[in-house]
Write a protein that binds this ligand. Sequence first.
Ligand SMILES: [Ca+2]
Length: 318
Amino acid sequence: MEIIQRQNVGSLLVLPYCNEGAEEVLVHCDPGAIRLGQLLAYHTGVPLINSTITRTSIQEARKQVQAVGPSWYERPRLPFALDETILVLVKGELHNAYDRAIIGRAKSVHSIGDVSLHLLAQKDLLKDDRAAAIADWQKAALVCADSTSTERWCPDEPVLFDNYDGAPATHSLLGAGALSLALSERPVLATFDGRLLDPGVHYEVSFWFYNHGPMQSLANVCVMNTYSNGEVHWDHCTDPRFSRTINGDWTLVELPFDMENEDDLLTLYIEADHKHLDSAWIDELLVRRSDVDLYRTLPGQDKRSAVVQRNGHLILLQ
Ligand SMILES: [Ca+2]
């Protein structure tokens, strides 16, 4: 409370970040962390940025997620003064890279046990890091001469990549086409076995998912593991609503996974969980090793529209 009064804190932010209540945008809360934030907000009267109430505005929730997401996309406008200071309350270890990036921009002021407090200027939360992302790409490009061509990847090839440009669709993120799906049929996007993946190595699948429309983002995305004895396990699942990357009408789904044994068969599939969701669009499917950064460049019609892809993310050059 003393820090809040002394530093003129205007709002509180709890990390791990969570936002529950908008239904189409959902980042689950750590109960201990959010309770601490609620207690602090209650006793100080300082509002909590994280939302845990039902019927939160979808547009507001989308802006919030964009504010705490990757900082090389267009930054959202929030209804706060830019000179306002945010007190960030962290409980436990931060496993999410976007949460860790926020703390990297904040100043640590206090810690008790596994709880730490940090001060963050609003302008630093909303900092546009696109120049740094472009600089990272330019550094990486030095190790691979082909990285500026349209089709080559650098430094390693992905396990799987499909831009679906051979399948023209009514909605596409990049290029001519996207994969159009009837989700009720639980379509399989890819299968992997020991010839493609190594046991003990961490992989990540990412793709862009069209998010515009009622409950459009509600779906299960899973990597199902079938062992050689026929047993089936759903070890790795996510939902496009859980994403931390919302870029206009498209959401980047990122799902880490691995294979336990060489003779396992992994199946990547997506399934609707709601009667309203009868079709979906997917673009830029990528499977890569988690420890490899993959870059790809796509020249646009003009310089402003040229895009660098980094591990599925888009960085707009201008
Ligand atoms: Ca495409």
